[in-house]
Design a binder for this molecule. Structure first.
Ligand code: NAD
Length: 479
């Protein structure tokens, strides 16, 4: 009797997955092999263990900050708080940051940091002590600074942690006029920028809109028209998942039929009320018992297998694997999370002609608006402050002259819109839309003009590798 060979378990190491994605693309890039290896390599990693006094105990925390590429400075990348954080994950996420910045023409190198902890296990006061100690470690080793390395929020962190980081950095650098540019994603009242909180989610929506404007991409998916009426399932209802669901529902007319969280999923085929669900989740920290659901699932990740048009993983990596990719019925996988699709899963999805909008393009809205925040901090001036009123006055004169000459009145809604002038949020959204549209254009040009490139992710990697490679070729390697 023939012995059936057991299938080897899939390699779920994110660093290996990103390496494979890189190699697949690098085969299409005309750069010296050594240079390609340098573009792929993580330049340095700072691993630390530090003590924090929690109640009457000394607790040792493990943490990292990886600097993937210094071809542009400062380096940029989020800080993650999760029990799953390890060195390979942080190195992989730092690499994704380099490629993301390159695609969006954000002039930074890639970095990432993390502390191995579950935020729910600590009080805000304890989290503050841990965050400040981590920041002090980064300062001591020159791994943070407005011109060196600029963190931002990621999984498990938000504006609160960024404010603590900024304040700690400021305390160690008295009089530093650019201190507040040492971290982005800060509260608006602490040097933050309007539109940063929603930026990653809004960037995902801009990316999806671009895909729906691309007839060749849509033909493959079999989806027609715009996003209006399309059914969507979202996994992860944190910063990114909530905003992407809210914007798709409110501005694009999508039906968000399912939202999955760590403790289960809620479903409503008519579309969930995202604001009510958000209120519920904020209060209860659970999906369980939400009255607006017609059905629930015990496992939040199962929303990825539902019969919908678009699935949006917005939680963690390795969610669509070789083990469950066969069950995916959606026509588009919109990677709001970093690394949600494994190598084996990707092969299966591509065979089914499912469009995968890759993380290094699709979730780059966060770093794009972080760049705007950093630039705002070093210029010490709110966007739109100088020109908003001047533009509005000028437009008022044009409107008035046009009305006099044509003996017609502008509709009130049009007039109000014109005379309001553009504030910071308008300008941030406009910059983000431009970045996402240009990124899609550059990636699809590579995809459609190279028959050997068979998927969108590989095209995105080629786009990034070529740009980082060009920087190295122009600058040389010194010393
Ligand atoms: P977050 O901490 O605000 O939210 C993540 C949510 O996912 C949490 O509510 C958590 O409970 C939930 N979750 C955890 N495990 C889950 C599971 N198995 N199934 C369903 N839900 C689960 O984090 P975030 O900032 O929204 O980040 C989410 C993803 O987006 C991460 O991969 C992150 O790297 C990526 N990302 C974030 C940003 C940003 O600006 N925050 C930018 C780019 C990419």
């Amino acid at each position: 009797m023939a012995i059936k060979k057991k299938k080897a378990a899939e390699d779920l190491n994110l660093n290996n997955i990103v390496s494979r994605q890189f190699e697949k693309a690098a085969a299409h890039v005309d750069l010296p092999a050594g240079l390609l290896q340098q573009i792929k390599a993580c330049n340095n990693v700072y691993y630390m263990q530090f003590p924090v006094k929690i109640d009457d105990k000394y607790v040792i925390f493990e943490a990292w900050r990886a600097e993937h590429s210094h071809h542009r400075k400062p380096l940029k990348g989020g800080i993650r708080y999760s029990r799953m954080v390890d060195q390979d994950e942080i190195m992989a996420l730092a690499a994704l940051m380099t490629y993301k910045c390159a695609i969006g023409n954000v002039p930074f190198g890639g970095s990432k940091g993390g502390i191995k902890l579950r935020p729910r296990d600590y009080t805000p006061e304890q989290l503050q002590k841990i965050t400040r100690r981590y920041t002090a470690e980064l300062i001591a080793k020159n791994f943070i600074g407005p011109g060196i390395n600029v963190p931002a929020p990621d999984y498990g962190t938000g504006e609160r942690e960024m404010a603590w980081i900024a304040d700690t950095y400021d305390a160690f650098h008295p009089g530093g006029i650019d201190n507040w540019a040492c971290v982005t994603g800060k509260p608006l009242t602490q040097g933050g920028i309007r539109g940063r909180r929603e930026a990653t989610g809004r960037g995902v929506v801009f990316g999806l809109r671009e895909a729906f404007r691309d007839p060749k991409a849509m033909k493959k998916t079999g989806l027609k028209g715009t996003l209006e009426g399309k059914t969507v399932a979202v996994q992860g209802f944190g910063n990114v998942g909530y905003h992407v669901a809210k914007i798709l529902h409110e501005e694009d007319g999508c039906k968000i039929v399912a939202v999955g969280e760590y403790d289960g999923a809620v479903i409503n085929p008519k579309g969930l009320d995202i604001e009510k669900l958000s209120k519920w989740f904020q209060e209860k920290r659970s999906m369980k018992g939400f009255p607006g659901a017609t059905k629930t699932l015990a496992n939040g990740a199962d929303v990825l297998n539902l019969d919908v048009d678009i699935i949006i993983p917005a939680a963690l990596e390795n969610q669509i694997t070789g083990a469950n990719a066969d069950k995916v019925k959606a026509r588009i996988v919109a990677e709001a999370a970093n690394g949600p699709t494994t190598t084996d899963a990707e092969k299966i999805l591509l065979k089914k002609d499912i469009l995968i909008l890759a993380d290094i393009y699709l979730n780059s809205g966060g770093v794009t608006v972080s760049y705007f925040e950093w630039a705002k901090n070093i210029s010490h001036m709110r966007y739109g402050l100088l020109q908003k009123r001047a533009d509005a006055h000028q437009l008022a004169q044009i409107v008035s002259a046009t009305e006099t000459l044509t003996h017609t009145r502008f509709p009130a809604s049009v007039k109000d819109g014109l005379l309001r002038g553009l504030d910071e949020e308008d300008l941030v959204r406009s910059g983000l839309e431009e970045t996402m549209a240009t990124g899609y254009q550059e990636i699809s040009d590579i995809f459609y003009n190279n028959k050997k490139v068979t998927d969108f992710r590989t095209a995105a990697f080629i786009c990034a590798i070529q740009k980082v490679g060009t920087a190295y070729l122009q600058l040389g390697v010194f010393p």
